[in-house]
Design a protein around this ligand. Structure first.
Ligand code: TYD
Ligand code: MG
Length: 466
């Protein structure tokens, strides 16, 4: 029999090479190849003699459908992100920066489920039992029936889980610490990670246990190791937040059993994570409405409206090339808005530095923020504060036209609830409320610029009259 050839696997993207090279052919990263034994991992191709296949029964698309059985935790923000609770027999990956609060969230979820009579096992590979106990005490979880183990060996973990009554939920914290005897490569390599995760997923599918896997995130914001793991699991959640702020967002990026645009919002306190039922109040908390360059955007996160403040600073540049810096939004989208302002509105920004920040470390993903961003930019450039009780939303096309966005009624309702009496939105927006007081409907971006410039004019006249 031919000797099994070793392969060199890129730890960044998973591309296999037959010999060692400095630069990966797949992703172009340097020095990421590690020698691994392709026969070592589960699912890495046929081992010895391939057994003869057995035909499976084919069926039709119509037929009985069962609703996925769920176990809600009772932590509303977590249940919202998972689509109504963890699905039995599914594997969920939770990623996030170190120290963001993954272990805290999962300990709280474990305690909540345990109080509801579920059998929960928490396997910690990163912290010793004493450390986990200390956290549990802080979170008032110490008196629950959550079972704890500090273990990293895949076979030992599976053996432990298989013993006694079937667990309802198992938490593996984290997958990067898993290592298996069956894979020959060093712990932490792609093969080890894949072998470990595959064994856990197989256990979940076989027994109907929900498997929650914690994964670390690299500097680039991906779950460390190849994206392979994200493909293997049923749901991927990211736990995000800013070190400088107390709140954390649980964002769904993949969910085979529910929507992917939901978020859960939490606040980190000295007693763990607290749910934030009304995120808008949080994001608008430190608002200074009287200063130029700030606009409130009426956004949507899944089915939930969220109001956030966008802040712009436009100042003459002191360098040869103007700077553009963005936090919390897409920088190419900003470049587009700046180009439209220049081309269609006569707003010259070539000699100005532009800084854009979304308040509270929040991240906007919607193009519907275009109008709010444009308003903040023009407001800062003109040095005129926008009305304090006004929200902005709407998409801007390259031709400068204001385009309606979805969920107009919901955005307006949330704004009204929080005391915003007026709104600037694209004309021909669908489902506007009857009466619609305080709505300024814009055909195009130049209209918006004219509106803000006009208010500067009025302000100037008022000051002159006084
Ligand atoms: P942790 O859950 O350990 O993060 P991760 O598992 O994502 O690495 O949380 C770490 C941070 O949270 C740590 O800096 C301390 C803080 N924290 C609180 O502020 N309050 C608490 O009640 C707990 C348990 C942690
Ligand atoms: Mg942790």
């Amino acid at each position: 029999m031919a000797r099994a050839k070793t392969q060199f696997i890129c730890q960044n993207c998973g591309t296999a090479h037959s010999r060692w090279v400095g630069k990966c052919d797949g992703c172009g990263a340097w020095n990421t190849l590690v020698e691994e034994d392709p026969m070592g991992g589960i699912g890495s191709g046929p081992g010895k003699a391939a057994k003869k296949g057995r035909p499976v029964a084919l069926t039709s698309l119509s037929g009985e459908i069962e609703e996925a059985p769920r176990i809600p935790t009772g932590i509303n923000e977590l249940d919202r992100a998972t689509g109504g609770g963890f699905v039995r027999g599914s594997a969920v990956l939770i990623g996030g920066d170190p120290g963001i609060g993954k272990s805290t969230l999962l300990m709280q979820a474990a305690a909540a489920l345990s109080r509801r009579g579920q059998r929960v096992i928490y396997v910690s590979g990163e912290e010793a039992v004493a450390q986990v106990r200390l956290r549990a005490q802080r979170l008032d979880a110490a008196e629950t029936d959550v079972l704890l183990a500090a273990e990293t060996n895949v076979e030992d973990i599976i053996a432990t889980l298989s013993e006694g009554k079937r667990p309802d939920l198992v938490i593996i914290d984290s997958i990067q610490t898993l290592w298996s005897d069956t894979a020959d490569s060093a712990p932490g390599t792609v093969t080890q990670l894949r072998t470990g995760v595959q064994a856990m997923i197989r256990f979940a599918k076989q027994t109907g246990t929900t498997m929650v896997l914690v994964g670390h995130v690299t500097k680039e914001g991906q779950i460390a190791g190849p994206r392979l793991v994200e493909h293997m699991v049923d749901a991927v959640l990211y736990f995000e937040g800013d070190r400088g702020h107390h709140y954390r967002i649980l964002r769904t990026v993949k969910n085979r059993f529910g929507p992917t645009d939901e978020i859960g919002v939490f606040e980190m306190s000295d007693k763990g994570l607290r749910e934030v039922a009304n995120p808008s109040e949080l994001f608008l908390g430190e608002r200074n409405a009287a200063s130029p360059g700030a606009a409130v955007f009426a956004g949507m996160e899944g089915t939930r409206p969220v109001l956030v403040e966008v802040q712009a600073l436009v100042a003459p540049t002191s360098l040869g090339t103007a700077r553009r810096a963005v936090v919390g939004w897409d920088s190419s989208r900003l470049a587009m808005i700046l180009a439209v302002l220049e081309a269609h509105c006569g707003v010259r920004l070539g000699q100005h530095d532009v800084y854009l920040n979304v308040a509270g470390g929040y991240r906007i993903a919607e193009p519907a923020a275009d109008m709010a961003i444009a308003a903040a930019l023009v407001s800062s450039l003109a040095g005129v504060a926008l009305p304090a009780d006004c929200v902005y939303f709407g998409e801007v096309s390259l031709s400068g036209a204001a385009r309606p966005v979805a969920h107009t009624a919901q955005r307006l309702k949330e704004a009204e609830k929080l005391g915003f009496a007026s709104a600037v939105l694209p004309s021909s927006s669908p489902d506007l409320p009857k009466g619609g007081r305080g709505l300024s409907q814009m055909e195009s971006l130049p209209d918006l610029v004219a509106l803000i410039a006009g208010s500067k004019l009025r302000q100037g006249q008022q000051e002159a009259a006084e």
